[in-house]
Each structure stands twice: as C-alpha cells, then as structure tokens.
Write a protein that binds this ligand. Structure first.
Ligand SMILES: O=C(O)CCC(=O)C(=O)O
Length: 273
C-alpha cells in the first residue's frame, strides 16, 4: 500500500479553495531544479520569452515544454513524488504530464504577473488538474504567487490576454467578455469581494493550484525562480479553442473530448515509491 503524504484536510482545502500551500515536500529537489533552470537559461527554447520592457531593471523571463531535453526536469517529473502528490490532491488514479513552465523574476523585475487563469490558454479541461509551483528561492509575501480563493469554481473564466501586450489572446477584443468570459478582476481594488490566498514560501515548498484558479503576482526585488509542473487527471480532455493556445503543441492531431495523447503527454508515477 502506497503511503499518503498530503493530509486529508489539505486535499479537502484543494477541492474547496482551488489552491493550497505544501511545505517542504520538494526540498531535496531544489538543487536539481536550479541546475535545470540554469541550463534552460543558457540553452533557451524557441518559446523563451522576456515579458519585460527594455528599461526594466530586472527581467521576467519564462520558458516551457523543455522537460524532454533538460534532464533535471525529466528526472524531477518521473523520479520525484510529484506525480503521487498530484494524484492525491486531484483525487485521481492517473497523472498525466501536460508540461513544465519556468518563471524567473530577476532582482528588481518590476513586471507583475497579470491576474489570469490558465484554462483558456490551454487546450485541456477537467475538474482534475493541478499546477505545482515550486519556488527555488525564498519568496516573501510581497512577491509571492497570489490566488483568488474559490475562483476555480467560477462560472466564467477570465478573458485570456497576452502578458506582454494585454491584447486578446485569441486575437479577439472586449466583446469577447459577452461570449463567456469575464474581465480580469482587480482584487486589490475590491478586497471585500475577493479573498486572496498567498504564502511566503521557502525553496522546496510548493503552491498547488487548479488550472481554473485565478492568480497573479507582483514584481520582485530579489531573484525569484519558480518551476511549475502542470499535470492532469482522469477526467481531463482535449478542448478545441477559438484561437491559438499556449503552449501551441503544433500538429498534435487531437479532437474534442479525447484524452491527451500519451506519446506526447506521458503518464507519471501516481503512487509513492
Ligand atoms: O510565477 C509567476 O509569477 C506566475 C506563475 C503562473 O502564472 C503559473 O505558474 O501559472
């Protein structure tokens, strides 16, 4: 019988709130992941993006879909207990890797991560989804990930926009709000309306959040490297979007309602070693 490390209260909180903080579960992997991020920065993929502007004092860069060429990422995905932890949180028998995403704010990076939810950018949906966001540096409250409690259960998703230009991500505009999306909220302007979950975290802690959960972050005065592993569970299915998706996964050849193809999106070990 596999041991269980996420306590039932945390699993219930994940279902109710759409985000939880996990303390110290990945401490042994911090050096491995940090080596992977250094390799990633030295050998960026075609998806590498500097989200800032030329006058910024520190960059906010991100890159993704590199797990099969960065051995440190691959080892973490397949050899750590992240799959089993995700299975417990999602209450899922299976855990399938969607992709990894690295987000680095260099000291002084002024750029905020805009309030958004990930689902409309992705071509997969389900009640069983989770991103495991792992800081590789100490992160104080002022620069940590911020999430709106319960927003994974909202009826309408936040209108997806480009992080760099703010334009509609599908090549659309404001009218899209009437077609099933809501505009990005501003929780700081409406503190009575939205409850924010945010935790000061240490390297190897994690914030686990549902693909539907609305989240954002401020800029950072210090180096803030984060490694986010995104996985889906039993009920997640491919969904055709009305425009491009991120990541794009060109040529995937899937159709509405299909499980993600396992040759591109492999199953991870879903029980503890
Ligand atoms: O690290 C950040 O600032 C944002 C992270 C994020 O948006 C994500 O992992 O989906």
């Amino acid at each position: 019988m596999a041991s269980v490390r996420v306590d039932p209260t945390t699993v219930d909180a994940y279902a109710a709130d759409g985000a939880v903080c996990l303390r110290g579960l990945f401490t042994d992997w911090v050096d491995v992941l940090a080596a992977g991020v250094a390799r990633n920065e030295a050998e960026p993929s075609g998806f590498f993006n500097d989200n800032g502007t030329s006058g910024d004092s520190g960059r906010f860069w991100d890159d993704y879909c590199n797990w099969d060429r960065i051995p440190e990422y691959e080892r973490f995905a397949f050899e750590s207990e992240v799959g089993a932890i995700a299975a417990e949180l999602m209450r899922s028998e299976t855990v399938q890797l969607f992709h990894e995403h690295v987000l680095v704010k260099e000291p002084g990076a002024p750029r905020h991560t805009p309030w958004h939810c990930d689902t409309p950018y992705y071509f997969v949906e389900g009640t069983q989804t989770v991103s495991i966001w792992i800081p590789l540096d100490p992160v104080p409250l002022e620069s940590t990930l911020r999430l709106i409690r319960g927003s994974h259960l909202w009826d309408a998703a936040v209108h997806p926009v480009s992080w760099t230009t703010g334009d509609g991500f599908y090549g659309d505009d404001e009218t899209t709000h009437s077609a099933g999306f809501r505009p990005a909220p501003d929780p700081d302007a409406e503190p009575d309306r939205f409850e924010i979950l945010e935790w000061a975290v240490e390297p190897g802690d994690a914030v686990a959040f549902h693909f539907n959960t609305v989240h954002g972050a401020r800029g950072s005065s210090h180096l803030r490297r984060a490694f986010s592993l995104r996985v889906v569970g039993d009920d997640a299915r491919y969904v055709e979007r009305r425009g491009r998706t991120s990541p794009p996964f060109d040529g995937h050849d899937m159709v509405d309602g299909q499980r993600l193809r396992e040759d591109w999106f492999p199953m991870l070990p879903a029980v503890r070693h």
